[in-house]
Design a protein around this ligand. Structure first.
Ligand SMILES: Cc1cc2nc3c(=O)[nH]c(=O)nc-3n(C[C@H](O)[C@H](O)[C@H](O)COP(=O)(O)O)c2cc1C
Length: 253
């Protein structure tokens, strides 16, 4: 079994690891723009991702367009949110799979907390842990179901308004790193460069440069140990978020 996961701050990795623990053979594969030429031969696969603006992270959508299948696998999907909910991510995945003659076999949504520092404040560590604990039963139940290949077809309709909001966020609002800046606290550790799923960050003569291909995932801002990366001035006083059960190292593998 393989689980393809996308994560910026560790919530989706936490879920993926938890599922992996319950299977004898399971590989975790991180989705990034570098992941190419994937041909699925397994009988069971998972797709785990955070909800981004009522839909799929840009890098996940790109990946699902490229992935090829030799097998006709059982496909389970977990959408990890920041407290909100949306069917559009599942809907989009089913649309992309349909083009390959496949469909979602089972799916679940878990509601954690938001890492979208651009739009709000990150919660305290205690609140983050509580939200994870609140979802454990649901997640365990889902794991039991996928262990026995139980089928839950996705049949819901898309929400046209939130679909439109997602498409506007994805397509119209280019240069998502436009107002990103790095202050003098930067220690050149390179974690921001390493976590970026779109290879958007370079270090040139000891200075961090953003190259305009940002997908708004908030990985670099949240992982920086010195809180040196900001969006304009709007994030200066906001605390950063990383899943409390995931280490920085695991996010940059
Ligand atoms: C660009 C962006 C958009 C987001 N949009 C939503 C949203 O529409 N609804 C929601 O509940 N959470 C939203 N979030 C929050 C994440 O889905 C949430 O924090 C998730 O648990 C993060 O998972 P990760 O740690 O695996 O990246 C958004 C986060 C980002 C970076």
């Amino acid at each position: 079994m393989k689980i393809f996961y996308f994560t910026s701050t560790g919530n989706s990795l936490y879920v993926s690891k938890k599922i992996k623990e319950n299977f004898e053979e399971c590989d975790l594969v991180k989705i990034s723009r570098e992941l190419d030429d994937v041909i699925v031969e397994e009988e069971k696969i998972g797709i785990v991702y955070p909800l981004h603006s009522f839909g799929l992270p840009i890098v996940v959508e790109e990946f699902l367009k490229k992935i090829k299948f030799k097998s006709n696998p059982y496909i389970f999907v977990v959408q990890v949110t920041g407290g909100g909910k949306s069917n559009n991510g599942f809907y989009k995945i089913n649309e992309l799979l349909k083009k390959k003659g496949l469909a979602i076999s089972n799916y679940e949504e878990v509601k954690y907390i938001s890492n979208y520092i651009r739009a709000g404040r990150s919660p305290s560590k205690e609140r983050a842990i509580k939200s994870i604990e609140e979802n454990e039963e649901k997640l365990n139940h889902f794991i039991e179901n996928i262990t026995i290949d139980s089928i839950k077809e996705f049949k819901k309709r898309k929400n046209h308004i939130t679909f439109l909001i997602h498409n506007l966020w994805r397509d119209k609002y280019k240069k998502k790193d436009k107002n990103f800046n790095v202050n003098g606290d930067c220690i050149n550790c390179g974690l921001c460069k390493d976590i970026c799923p779109s290879k958007n960050i370079e270090i040139v003569n000891g200075k961090i440069e953003f190259n305009g291909h940002c997908t708004d995932c908030m990985g670099c801002i949240n992982i920086c140990p010195k809180h040196a990366i900001n969006i304009g001035k709007s994030t200066i006083k906001k605390n950063r978020y990383l899943n409390p059960f995931i280490k920085r190292d695991e996010l940059i593998k």
